[in-house]
Structure formats: structure tokens, C-alpha cells
Design a protein around this ligand. Structure first.
Ligand code: DX5
Ligand code: ZN
Length: 225
């Protein structure tokens, strides 16, 4: 299965104005976003807290976007049903979050949600090798998870290339997403390395014109292909 082009753009609401969240979600939908990335942080797996399933459930009827939910939580299994019921279309769990990622991903599929596996900068690509048959997305962290606005780790580009090769070898349709420090410059690097989904917090919500920001990211990716 070949790389999809152009890459999907998934604005992360972590960088949105939390006091106007429904408007902020509607604004990126109008501006041409493909997916909406929702970062859930537990203050344990990552050193920050964000929001939980209640907010996602409240936003669900307000938006037609694909809800791409990134759970930075450990343990995560007890909460999967809650996020499925809240309206997640995809749930990403970290391969580092527990010893039973295989079972966790199976559970997500059973709940009728598309499973994704997220992988931190310190974790080698091979850590997800045995779960590739279970996932629709691999989310490569290009920052250490926990905060928006960090610098893209170019050291992860080789991992993106490796994972793209591994994904192709399965013959399955697996997206390679990149999360953290994506901007016009790094969007091009990530796409060139084989990413076909780009999460962007600051590069969309930190800009005055969301439509232009999304179009610029797509344009940068297009030039890199
Ligand atoms: C980081 C989150 C990211 C974050 C990205 O832990 O998983 O999704 O919102 O923010 P930027 O695009 O600003 O690096
Ligand atoms: Zn994320």
C-alpha cells in the first residue's frame, strides 16, 4: 500500500483557545482540516494535564471532523470505552504505556474505533513491529510528548523512513503520522521521509489565519514529495 498524498492535516486543539473550544474546532473545519487531533494527558505518563473524554463528548455533535484522539495515559485500558463512547474515531495509545499494547489495540478495534500506536523519540521503530497488523495509524512523536510548541527532533526522520518501509511491507493501508514541532519546514522533511499525516498545534492555532496555515502546510508537503 503506497503512501497517501497529499498528507492529511490534523490541527491539535492543545494550542487552541480553550475558552472558545467549539468555535476553534469549527474554525479549523471551515479552514480545511482533515482530522482534529485531541491530546489527552494524565500528568503521569506525561508531565502535563490537558482534558478528558467529557470535552471530546461535548465537541462531538458540533463537528463533522474525524476525531483523532491521542491518549498520553498509563494505564490506558480502563478508559478506552469512555473515549469510544465520547465519539473518538481513532484512538492512539503509546507503545510505552504498558506491557500489553497488543491487547489494548485489539480492544480499541472491538469498540469500533480505529487503532493507532504512538511511539516516543527514545523508542526504536522495532517496538511496534509485532502490532503492525492491528493498527491503522503509526503516530511518530517528533517531540517528547507533553507540551505543544516544542522543537521538531530531526533525529526521528530516519525512524519515519524505517516505519514507512515496515508499513509498506505489511501490504496493509497504514498511515504514518507525525506529531510535534511540525511547521512549514519540518512538514516538508516529514513528508519526504514518508509521513502522510501531520499533526500541527502551533503551526495552525498559533497563526492568525487558519486556512492559510493549513494550505501552507499542504503546500510545503507537496513541494517535498
Ligand atoms: C504533544 C502533543 C502534540 C502537540 C503538538 O505532546 O501530542 O499533539 O499538540 O503541538 P505542536 O504542533 O505545537 O508541536
Ligand atoms: Zn498529539
Amino acid at each position: 500500500m503506497a503512501i497517501h498524498f497529499p498528507p492529511l492535516i490534523a490541527p491539535s486543539v492543545l494550542s487552541a483557545d480553550f475558552s472558545r473550544m467549539a468555535d476553534e474546532v469549527a474554525a479549523v473545519e471551515r479552514a480545511g482540516a482533515d482530522w482534529l487531533h485531541l491530546d489527552v494527558m494524565d500528568g503521569h505518563f506525561v508531565p502535563n494535564l490537558s482534558f478528558g473524554a467529557q470535552l471530546i463528548k461535548a465537541l462531538r455533535p458540533q463537528s463533522g471532523l474525524v476525531f483523532d484522539v491521542h491518549l498520553m495515559m498509563a494505564p490506558v485500558d480502563p478508559y478506552l470505552e469512555m473515549f469510544a463512547e465520547a465519539g473518538a474515531d481513532h484512538i492512539h495509545v503509546h507503545v510505552e504505556a504498558g506491557p500489553h499494547t497488543h491487547r489494548t489495540l485489539q480492544q480499541i478495534r472491538t469498540l469500533g474505533v480505529k487503532p493507532g500506536v504512538a511511539i516516543c523519540p527514545a523508542t526504536p521503530a522495532q517496538a511496534v513491529e509485532e502490532v503492525l497488523d492491528l493498527v491503522d495509524v503509526i503516530l511518530v512523536m517528533t517531540v517528547n510528548p507533553g507540551f505543544g510548541g516544542q522543537k521538531f527532533l530531526t533525529s526521528q526522520l530516519e525512524k519515519i523512513r524505517t516505519l514507512r518501509r515496515m508499513a509498506e511491507a505489511t501490504g496493509r493501508d497504514i498511515r504514518i503520522g507525525v506529531d510535534g514541532g511540525v511547521d512549514i519546514r519540518t512538514a516538508a522533511l516529514a513528508t519526504e521521509a514518508g509521513a502522510d499525516m501531520l499533526v500541527a498545534g502551533t503551526a495552525v492555532y498559533g497563526q492568525p489565519d487558519y486556512e492559510r496555515a493549513i494550505a501552507d502546510l499542504r503546500g510545503a508537503a507537496r513541494r517535498a514529495s
